[in-house]
Design a protein around this ligand. Sequence first.
Ligand SMILES: N[C@@H](CCC(=O)N[C@@H](CS)C(=O)NCC(=O)O)C(=O)O
Length: 222
Amino acid sequence: MAGKPKLHYVRGRGKMESIRWLLAAAGVEFEEQFIETNEDLEKLRKNGQLLFQQVPMVEIDGMKMVQTRAILNYIAAKHNLYGKDLKERALIDMYVEGTTDLMGMIMSLPFQPPENKEKQTSLIFERATTRYFPVYEKVLKDHGQDFLVGGKFSWADVHLLEAILMVEEMKPDVLSAFPLLQAFKTRVSNIPTIKKFLQPGSQRKPPFDEKYIVQIRKIFNF
Ligand SMILES: N[C@@H](CCC(=O)N[C@@H](CS)C(=O)NCC(=O)O)C(=O)O
């Protein structure tokens, strides 16, 4: 039997967090090897472990996978969270890319110059409530099903819940105009694997704090 996947990344959310979410949702236990210093990163690079000299890197099924999207695709397909046919997969891809764009705006916020932060924060709320969340609310309304695609729990649901919780950390009432997304959030949060991941002490990571941003800058040299 293959061992547990081993995740190589910093001790924070970043690009690895959606991978942690997806593995957790699939009920897969995983190990984490944290990169704490630039030397740790350089060691991985020098050992030829990182195809493009970047992390996330996940050791899984005898591979050393890099590129976040490739890793997520592999896990989703392997654990049957990627639709039943090409058209469902296309929908899942579109929904996931939307939530990825929204989460990308949030993830870049701590790295913005201070004078940009207020503007960027307003833009995040505007995009969440006028561009992204209305789409998912409408999808749920139009088909009347519990999950976004094919009436079955998929990667798109996992990713949307992750995005909702990220925006709610900044603005707790952000779902006030989206009743179906509120119900969706409760429903998906109560799926046993997800419920476990949402408990304190799980491998889910907190948002970056200022101290951590300094460390990240040192690790990646920027
Ligand atoms: N396309 C890659 C980008 C990965 C990436 O930008 N990783 C950053 C850390 S989050 C990194 O390793 N930066 C160092 C570098 O690019 O040299 C992915 O999605 O995984």
